[in-house]
Design a protein around this ligand. Structure first.
Ligand SMILES: [Zn+2]
Length: 114
C-alpha cells in the first residue's frame, strides 16, 4: 500500500502519546511504525498542536511561560504561567514569543509574587 504505515520489526505499530506542547495534556495516541533505519522505539510522547484550552488563550493574546529547571537544563517542572501580551511586553519588551521557556528563578520572581 503506497503511503501506508510500515510496521517496525521490533515494535510493531510503535505507539506514541500525543500531548499539547504547552500544557502537556494528552491529546490522543498515534502509531508511528518504523521511524528510522535503526528501527528505534517511538518516543513515549510526541508534541502535537496546542490543545483547545491553550489555543483559546493564544487567541486571546495570552503569552505562555513554561517553567524549566535552569537556563542550562530545559527539563520542565510542570508549571505553566500566562500573562497578557501587554504585561509580558512590559517585562520582556516588544517582540516576545507567545510561548516561552523560563527558568525557575525568573519564573518564581514573576509568578510567585502575585
Ligand atoms: Zn494545552
Amino acid at each position: 500500500m503506497q503511503g501506508g504505515l510500515r510496521l517496525s520489526e521490533k515494535w510493531g505499530l510503535n505507539g506514541t502519546n500525543l500531548v499539547c506542547p504547552i500544557c502537556g495534556e494528552p491529546q490522543g495516541f498515534s502509531y508511528l511504525g518504523q521511524i528510522d533505519e535503526e528501527d528505534s522505539q517511538a518516543p513515549k510522547y510526541t508534541f502535537t498542536d496546542p490543545c483547545d484550552k491553550c489555543q483559546s488563550i493564544l487567541n486571546a493574546d495570552g503569552v505562555f511561560f513554561i517553567e524549566i529547571v535552569s537556563e542550562t537544563n530545559d527539563i520542565r517542572t510542570g508549571r505553566v504561567g500566562v500573562l497578557s501580551l501587554e504585561e509580558a511586553e512590559k517585562i520582556f519588551g516588544k517582540g516576545i514569543s507567545r510561548v516561552n521557556l523560563l527558568d525557575y528563578p525568573r519564573y518564581t520572581k514573576i509568578f510567585d509574587n502575585e
